[in-house]
Design a protein around this ligand. Structure first.
Ligand code: OAD
Length: 236
């Protein structure tokens, strides 16, 4: 099948070799924290200090790392692929953007953004939020929260993602465990609409059997190889 439109789903495995911890597995972020203590609307209401401490630490860690070869390869594909392309990332870091990617959306939010719980205003935010600042737009006190989609909240831009999946000729999932829906179900949606499916991950994900092809390895090796292949076909 001739590939024109590509949807790429990325997860924490893509940023692992930049030095950001993934969520699951040994040493993962969820090993040291209970999701329900730091990543739910209830936790934010009950214990904002703990939630802010967790995300302040993530924001501080992000300031110390750089995009890796896999981010750079995807940015190159974004720049050079003549057909449709959308990178849907579950990652809340900005490493895709720092590598130069443009056609990207953050379905689980962004660490470098603050959301006002009172009026919905968003603003760029790079420092800590633990002092619980008020909103500059509506002036509500203590109202800024991390612009992160917590468990139990609706991921961002689902309509745009669904539309891209419906048009996709190729769906590629990179560095994600396939443990969190709705992202884990995108492979089935893409297949339903007739797309080819490819997984690039260190190990088989939870939904590995849904993919027509799986390539296992480190993102910094297998992603640049795949991008070369795609752009090589293009020039052939
Ligand atoms: P996970 O931590 O669940 O999965 C990371 C995946 O990356 C695993 O399958 C690893 O095998 C793989 N991996 C690790 N290192 C890799 C490497 N160097 N190269 C390639 N693959 C590698 O992270 P996500 O699937 O992104 O949500 O997690 C999904 C969501 O769960 C996150 O967005 C987050 C979390 O709860 C929110 O915070 C809302």
């Amino acid at each position: 099948m001739e590939v024109r439109n590509i949807v790429i789903l990325t997860g924490a495995g893509l940023s692992a070799e930049s030095g950001l911890a993934t969520f699951r597995g040994p040493g993962g972020l969820w090993e040291g924290h209970r999701v329900e203590d730091v990543c739910t609307p209830e936790a934010l209401a009950r214990d904002p200090e703990t939630v802010h401490r967790f995300y302040d630490a993530r924001r501080a860690a992000l300031a110390t790392v750089e995009p890796n070869a896999a981010h750079r390869a995807l940015a190159r594909l974004d720049a050079e692929w003549p057909g449709g392309l959308l990178i849907v990332t579950q990652n809340v870091d900005d490493l895709h953007e720092r590598a130069g990617a443009k056609r990207i959306l953050h379905m689980h939010g962004a660490l470098l953004s603050a959301l006002c719980a009172a009026c919905g205003d968003r603003q760029a935010w790079s420092g800590p939020m633990g002092h619980r600042p008020g909103c500059g737009a509506c002036e509500a006190a203590d109202s800024l929260r991390p612009d992160i989609v917590f468990f139990g909240e609706m991921p961002y831009e689902m309509e745009r993602i669904e539309a891209a999946l419906a048009e996709a000729d190729l769906f590629v999932s990179i560095g994600t465990s396939g443990a969190v829906y709705p992202a884990a179900g995108f492979v089935q949606t893409a297949r339903h609409y007739g797309a080819e499916t490819l997984e690039l991950n260190l190990e088989p994900s939870a939904g590995s059997y849904f993919f027509a092809e799986s390539r296992l390895g480190r993102a910094t090796e297998i992603v640049p190889e795949w991008v070369e292949e795609m752009l090589g076909q293009q020039g052939a």
